[in-house]
Write a protein that binds this ligand. Structure first.
Ligand code: UGA
Length: 428
């Protein structure tokens, strides 16, 4: 099969490369010249675990282009994997989706190509696109909603071993064709209407954020009553009705998807006249979780933060990616700077210089820790678990660590002379 993929972000590239690995010919089209020329020169415009090797292995079956015509030439499937960032109103910005649809030439409908929507869109988008295609004389082009459930850092594994494949179609035969693309993948295929498929995606992300905000509130209460949220989460997770996933307490959820999707669902409900109270609370809990615990813990130990030097360890919103969109690190850094602290920062791949003005970026974790009054573990990079904490302590002015991800061993660190604070873990 020949597949065109619109959008060379991590979803488009992982989707394209995984389909190439399944033996299909793939053309990836983007409007960003830099991105396409980097890919054409066998470079990597983004960091995603395993993607470079996957692209390398499948280079012969993949093309990268800026040209719509070249992308769609002979393509049976047109995957839309462009960004749908939030607007000021909290709704999703669909301009990139509409650009793809509007750019499709009118003579496209030869062999009934199918537009496959991977981008996360509000419920009802499929119907609007269908109507727009029909109005432009493209009634012979199919439309299928096939949402992605790829988490950054594990996107390739998520594509190859998904929990489910959701296919929502207006025409059953279009759905059959899209489902058949995944023939080599062992996963249940859920066939639904287009709006239901769109809603599965939004509701899944909303539920995941609800779990994390829930456990973060439990963590905050644990601190007040002397319980340990890690043990509590284990105890919850052993109930098969609840399960162990997305119960890691920390400094809040971030990333390019959760914030925008939850807000898009809340707005979607609001636009339809329904006040989604639970999601409003989930969002607010998260805003506070990014702003409050780390700063409060630092202040408890250090008093005023003015003139204090604080190191942020990890900047990406999660390990395995260089993505800093909506990362808790951005809020924590801004809060620290606003309190008058000096901030140093390190991340193995995310480039803090682009996003963090006023923060000194260091070449290594140890360098970031030189002469600091405290360290904040922001992203649970494995490198930080392996760090020589004795050496780290020797470089710090004060051995104070706030572990925003509950990744480190408090007993070990306290034995090294550290004051240790986790999230929802009993303090000494
Ligand atoms: C998320 C979903 O997990 C994917 O299924 C979905 O396809 C994707 O959004 C998307 O909509 O494209 P992603 O944002 O890449 O994936 O990363 P997650 O692993 O879900 O983590 C999101 C945030 O939640 C991170 O900041 C992470 O640190 C935080 N988190 C996650 C917690 O604080 N605690 C947890 O227990 C789990």
């Amino acid at each position: 099969m020949r597949i065109a993929v619109f959008g060379a972000g991590y979803v488009g590239l992982v989707t394209g490369a995984c389909f190439a690995e399944l033996g299909h010919d793939v053309v990836v089209r983007d409007v960003l010249e830099d991105r396409i020329s980097t890919l054409q020169d066998a470079g990597m415009p983004i960091f995603e675990t395993g993607l470079e090797e996957l692209l390398e292995r499948n280079r012969e079956r993949m093309l990268f282009t800026l040209d719509v015509r070249e992308a769609i030439e002979g393509a049976e499937f047109l995957f839309v994997a462009v960004g749908t960032p939030p607007t000021y109103s909290g709704d999703a910005d669909l301009s990139a989706v509409w650009t793809v649809i509007d750019e499709l030439p009118r003579d496209l409908d030869g062999d009934r190509p199918i537009i496959v929507m991977k981008s996360t869109v509000p419920v009802g988008t499929g119907a609007l696109v269908r109507a727009a295609l029909d109005a432009r004389g493209l009634a012979g082009v199919g439309y299928v909603s096939n949402p992605e459930f790829l988490a950054e850092g594990s996107a390739i594994a998520d594509f190859q071993h998904p929990d489910r494949i959701v296919v929502g179609a207006f025409e059953e035969s279009d759905g059959d064709r899209v489902a058949s693309l995944y023939a080599g993948i062992d996963a249940p295929v859920l066939r639904t209407s287009v709006p239901s498929a769109e809603m599965v995606k939004l509701a899944s992300n909303a539920f995941l954020t609800t779990r994390v905000s829930f456990i973060n509130e439990i963590a905050n209460v644990c601190e007040l009553v002397g319980a340990d949220v890690s043990d509590v989460a284990r105890g919850i997770g052993l109930d098969h009705r609840l399960g162990p996933h997305f119960l890691r307490a920390g400094i809040g959820w971030g990333g390019s998807c959760f914030g925008k999707d939850v807000s898009a669902l809340k707005q979607l409900a609001g636009n339809s006249g329904y006040h989604f109270q639970l999601l409003a609370a989930v969002i607010e809990v998260n805003e506070l979780q990014k702003r409050r615990p780390v700063i409060a813990k630092l202040e408890r130990h250090l008093g005023t933060l003015r003139g204090r030097r604080i190191a942020l360890l990890g900047l990406a919103f999660k390990p395995g990616t260089d993505d800093m969109r909506d990362a808790p690190s951005l809020v924590i850094a801004a809060r620290l700077l606003a309190e008058g602290a000096e901030v140093s920062a390190w991340d193995p791949v995310a480039d803090g210089r682009i996003h963090l003005h006023g923060v000194e970026t260091a070449g290594s974790a140890l360098e970031a820790l030189d002469g600091v009054d405290a360290a904040v573990l922001v992203t649970e990079w494995p490198e930080l678990r392996e760090l020589d904490w004795a050496e780290a302590g020797a470089r710090m002015r004060r051995r104070l660590i706030v572990d925003g991800r509950n990744m480190l061993d408090p007993v070990e660190l306290r034995a090294l002379g550290f004051e240790y604070e986790g999230i929802g873990r009993a303090t000494e």
